[in-house]
Design a protein around this ligand. Structure first.
Ligand code: 3NM
Length: 217
């Protein structure tokens, strides 16, 4: 269930990301298309909370379980533990990765967003299974996103930690993903490339195909 040698297509979505479409239909189409990981990231205006978020998360989890795709929760270790999610993803502003690892146990997936080698070093020490690095390109999906960083940071982290799975994020599409794969990532994480696509399964296939254009290490 953790990161493997297979290129990972890591889909991220919350209830506010699917526009006019039913989020469960979008998630189902993405799962059908072959995403390898799903992260529930509930943010923004009108974000669900409490029992509504719990119900939403449980439906997403059921779908992911059906397709045997790891179900990862952004930020809330509490929610992840409550429903037995497969993992959590945390940022630098959340609780520390070592605290998160203690709370979720050894078997669950722990992902940490990092922006430098120093943060990556700490994430590794704290027990992260993978790190997310971004935004690689410009993104409109994250209100407080930093400036696009390109792939330099990814190259630096991969040099120091060749075995550490790195997932690139931010503005990634089938058209530019090969640049990210070429930097040595294990996976690419996307929101809008999938949520805004008319042909979701085709888009997931195109993201997968892009990994063959890049030179994966
Ligand atoms: N985190 P899209 S960028 C959730 O830089 C998220 O850490 C980022 O959405 C980071 O694929 C981002 O639509 C948004 O650009 C990714």
């Amino acid at each position: 269930m953790k990161f493997s040698d297979k290129p990972s297509i890591y889909f991220i979505m919350g209830s506010r990301n699917s526009g006019d479409r039913n989020p469960f239909e979008v998630l189902k189409a993405a799962l059908e298309g072959g995403i390898t990981h799903f992260q529930l990231r509930e943010k923004g205006e009108g974000a669900l909370s409490g029992t509504e978020l719990l119900a939403f998360a449980l439906r997403c989890q059921l779908l992911c379980n059906h397709y045997k795709v790891p179900f990862i929760i952004n930020d809330s270790v509490e929610l992840a533990c409550q429903i037995g999610a497969d993992g959590v993803h945390i940022g630098q502003e959340d609780l520390s990765a070592s605290q998160a690892r203690k709370l979720i146990g050894k078997e669950k997936i722990l992902g940490v967003s990092v922006h430098s080698s120093e943060e990556a070093r700490k994430a590794v020490k704290d027990g992260a299974d993978y790190v997310g690095m971004g935004p690689v390109f410009g993104t409109t999906s994250k209100a407080d996103a930093k400036k696009p960083a390109g792939v330099e940071g990814i190259l630096t982290v991969k040099k120091e930690f060749p075995e550490l799975p790195v997932v690139g994020i931010g503005g990634i599409t089938p058209g530019n993903a090969s640049l990210v794969w070429a930097a040595g990532v294990s996976g690419i994480a996307v929101i809008s490339a999938i949520t805004e696509s008319k042909d979701i399964a085709g888009q997931v296939a195109a993201l997968q195909a892009s990994s063959k254009e890049g030179i994966r290490k």
